[in-house]
Design a protein around this ligand. Structure first.
Ligand SMILES: [Zn+2]
Length: 193
């Protein structure tokens, strides 16, 4: 039904985004066991990117009490707390870029776009590869803003998840259909590097 445009096929400049793999999301206040199997895959993806000089970004919730989203979820990933830290298995490395965010999209009121434009000696990244939580929320809303801003997106299907299988599947189906996102296993993505 939908056909990915692949407009950047001749000049791929990737960036990897590891979204919200934080203590509160994996082990804490809004934890889900469904986050556990995606830890090694997210790590694999980030490592392969680093080895290929592909920039790695960590868009992470960093909430204040005034953030509207707190009304929906209660306090989680509060700025400065352990709950807002990336889990140790996926600890960011020196060159990785932390992108604090206050709601679902990694672009909303963040430095992400500016940082993406700085990559590749100022030529900017044009294709975002997403891992992390949740497939139908922060991943999906980041794909939405990426689409609005003319980035192509790839979601690592074994490196994202949601609270339920249904949410996971509908999340992926949604981004494929509306944003022409490619949904590939990590194994296939790292071969593109
Ligand atoms: Zn949040």
């Amino acid at each position: 039904m939908s056909v990915a445009p692949h407009v950047y096929n001749n000049d791929r400049r990737y960036a990897v985004l590891v979204v919200d793999m934080l203590y509160d999301f994996v082990y804490g206040k809004i934890k889900t066991d469904r986050a556990l199997p995606i830890i090694p895959k997210s790590g694999e993806l980030a490592d392969a990117a680093r080895s290929a000089d592909i920039p790695v970004f960590y868009p992470n919730d960093s909430h204040m009490r005034r953030d509207f989203e707190i009304q929906r979820w209660g306090e989680h990933a509060m700025r400065g707390t352990k709950g807002a830290k990336v889990i140790s298995a996926l600890r960011p490395r020196k060159k990785d870029v932390d992108i604090p965010k206050t709601t679902y999209s990694s672009f909303h009121d963040t430095r992400l776009e500016k940082e993406l434009k700085k990559a590749y000696s100022g030529k900017g990244a044009n294709t975002l590869i997403l891992a992390g939580l949740h497939a139908d929320c922060c991943v999906r809303h980041t794909c939405a803003d990426a689409f609005f801003k003319s980035y192509e997106t790839i979601v690592a299907e074994d490196a994202v998840n949601s609270f339920t299988e249904l949410q996971y599947r509908t999340g992926l189906q949604y981004v494929k259909f509306w944003y022409l996102t490619d949904v590939f296993p990590t194994k296939k993505i790292v071969k593109l590097f």
